[in-house]
Design a binder for this molecule. Structure first.
Ligand SMILES: Nc1nc2c(ncn2[C@@H]2O[C@H](COP(=O)(O)OP(=O)(O)O)[C@@H](O)[C@H]2O)c(=O)[nH]1
Ligand SMILES: [Mg+2]
Length: 218
């Protein structure tokens, strides 16, 4: 498969009012800052330009929408774990993510990018828990697998599968080597076609992860 030749950047949102109309289907990418989200979107779509856009400083704190095919979008959500973040920025990020997750009936699932060398951190686990409470499927990409030896890859996968828990799918991925690329595209297609159809998502959840002071955005 050659990717998504029609993929293109649509818009960035800094507040819920700027989200695109809630129609069709979308899958959102989330993870720590630098985990490899933008590179994964680039590799999966096979469009270099997209990753460059979502790496542009200033856009990393925004919700970036990409057209994939007719009626279908990818969404690059602002990353977490960045050290230099003010309390005001954290509050803004939480509010933006909560609004996004709670308002998008078109959201079919989440791709969670996790650096395969670091494994799942507390924020990743909170994100998984939060999605479970919303009935949203999560697929973990263990990124930068090209940095690991085969045995290390197997160990990283085992550890992540155990940490992520039931109902979460996990795979090794490398935007550089193409490892896991077809598996990721297949999972994306499955989510877009069979993912959670949100009728009325629970509103009274614990809210977005990131309440602890050590949590930065990126
Ligand atoms: N070796 C390697 N480096 C990667 C890979 N994916 C991303 N990176 C690097 O990791 C850094 C962060 O990637 P980026 O996609 O911008 O992460 P984001 O902040 O989650 O969007 C960049 O320097 C990338 O070149 C990969 O598969 N292999
Ligand atoms: Mg990025």
């Amino acid at each position: 498969m050659a990717g998504y030749p029609q993929a293109r950047f649509l818009t960035s949102a800094n507040q819920p009012g700027q989200f695109l109309p809630d129609e069709g289907a979308e899958v959102a990418f989330v993870g720590r800052s630098n985990a490899g989200k933008s590179s994964a979107i680039n590799a999966i779509t096979h469009r270099r330009q997209l990753a460059r856009i979502s790496r542009t400083p200033g856009r990393t704190q925004l919700v970036n929408f990409f057209h994939l095919v007719e009626g279908v979008r990818l969404v690059d959500l602002p990353g977490y774990g960045f050290a230099k973040v003010t309390v005001a920025m954290q509050a803004h990020w939480r509010q933006l993510l909560e609004a996004y997750f709670q308002s998008r009936r078109c959201l079919r699932g989440l791709f969670l990018a996790v650096d395969s060398r670091r494994g799942l951190g507390p924020m990743d686990l909170q994100m998984i828990e939060w999605c479970a409470s919303l009935g949203l499927p999560v697929h973990v990409l263990l990124t930068k697998a090209d940095k690991l030896r085969r045995a290390e890859m197997a160990a990283a996968l085992r550890t992540a599968v155990a940490a992520a828990g039931e109902g979460v799918t996990v795979q090794l991925f490398s935007a550089t080597s193409g490892e896991g690329l077809e598996a990721a595209r297949a999972r994306l297609q499955t989510l877009l076609h069979d993912g959670a159809e949100k009728k009325s998502r629970v509103r009274s959840t614990g809210g977005a992860p990131g309440t602890n002071a050590a949590t930065g955005l990126g």
